[in-house]
Design a protein around this ligand. Structure first.
Ligand SMILES: [Zn+2]
Length: 264
C-alpha cells in the first residue's frame, strides 16, 4: 500500500536492488527481502547533512504511510550512535540514518553493526499487515492512511455504506485467525498496467518506473503493490479492534484500528 496522506508516498518508487546501478552508492535495502532482520554489519558509505548512508541496511525509510525505523549503530571502538529516524536520500536510492543531535560522526568506510528497534518495528509490521486485511474487509477505494506503533488508519471512499465497528472488527479478526501466509513477488510494470484492479489506493500512482513492482500477497485474501514491511503470517498480528470510524467527507470514512498488546 502507498498512502497519499504520507509525507513520502513515493517511497517504494525507489529502484529495487536489481536496478540499483542507476543510483551510485545506493543502499541495499535488506528489509525488502527479509523484514525480520534485526541486526546487520554494514559500512559507512557517506556522511550526509541528514545522517549516515550505509552500503546496506535493515532500517526501513519513512514512506508509504509507514514511519522510518529507529535503532542504533555500534562502532568498532565500542561507541554507540542512536538513529532517530530513517529517510530516503534525495536521489531515492540511498537510505539516510538520521542521528541524534550531537553524535560523533564516524568516518567513511567505518564498519558498524546496525540494529533496529525491533519492538517498535514489529508493532508496525503487525499494524501494516492488519491494514492490508482491512482493505479486504472494506473493499472500497483507499484515499489515505498511516501505520502507527500497533495501530493504524485507512481512509475509504465507502459511499453511503453504513460501517459498523463491531462487524468490521469481527471480520478483521476472522482473517487474522486464518493464519494466512504473506508472500512477495515481483511483476513488470506492463503486467501491473494490464491489471489496474490490483491498485486499491486512489490518487497515488503505483511505484512503477523502475521496470518492476513488488506485489504483496496475503494468501487468498489480498494482493497489491507495496514496499512496506509485513509479518509472515496473519496470526502474528494478534487481536485487532476498530477504535474509531470518523466521517471525513460526504463519502469518505476514516477507520482506525488498534492491536492488542500481546502478539500471537
Ligand atoms: Zn504493505
Amino acid at each position: 500500500m502507498s498512502f497519499p496522506a504520507a509525507p513520502d508516498a513515493v517511497s517504494s518508487r525507489r529502484p529495487s536492488s536489481c536496478e540499483r546501478q542507476a543510483v551510485p552508492n545506493a543502499t541495499d535495502p535488506l528489509f525488502r527481502e527479509d523484514a525480520y532482520l534485526r541486526e546487520v554489519e554494514a559500512i559507512v558509505e557517506s556522511v550526509e547533512p541528514g545522517g549516515l548512508v550505509l552500503d546496506r541496511t535493515i532500517f526501513y525509510p519513512q514512506g508509504g504511510g509507514q514511519p522510518g525505523d529507529r535503532g542504533e549503530l555500534l562502532l568498532e571502538d565500542g561507541s554507540r550512535l542512536v538513529v532517530v529516524n530513517t529517510t530516503y536520500g534525495a536521489d531515492r536510492g540511498t537510505i539516510v540514518h538520521g542521528l541524534a543531535e550531537g553524535s560523533a560522526v564516524p568516518m567513511r568506510g567505518a564498519r558498524v553493526a546496525a540494529r533496529i528497534d525491533w519492538d517498535l518495528r514489529y508493532k508496525r509490521m503487525r499494524a501494516h499487515t492488519a491494514l492490508h486485511l482491512l482493505t479486504a474487509v472494506l473493499p472500497y477505494p483507499v484515499t489515505g492512511g498511516a501505520v502507527g506503533d500497533g495501530e493504524g488508519r485507512l481512509d475509504f471512499d465507502s459511499g453511503e455504506a453504513a460501517l459498523d465497528k463491531a462487524e468490521i472488527a469481527e471480520k478483521l479478526n476472522a482473517l487474522i485467525g486464518r493464519d494466512a501466509i504473506v508472500r512477495y513477488r515481483w511483476i513488470l510494470d506492463e503486467e501491473l498496467a494490464a491489471n489496474p484492479g490490483l491498485v486499491k489506493t486512489m490518487s497515488v500512482r503505483p511505484p512503477t518506473g523502475t521496470g518492476r513492482v513488488r506485489l504483496v500477497e496475503i494468501d487468498g485474501i489480498d494482493l497489491q503493490p507495496c514496499g512496506g514491511t509485513h509479518v509472515r503470517r496473519t496470526k502474528e498480528i494478534g487481536e485487532a479492534g476498530v477504535t474509531q470510524i470518523e466521517k471525513k467527507g460526504r463519502i469518505n470514512r476514516r477507520v482506525r484500528i488498534a492491536l492488542s498488546q500481546n502478539a500471537a
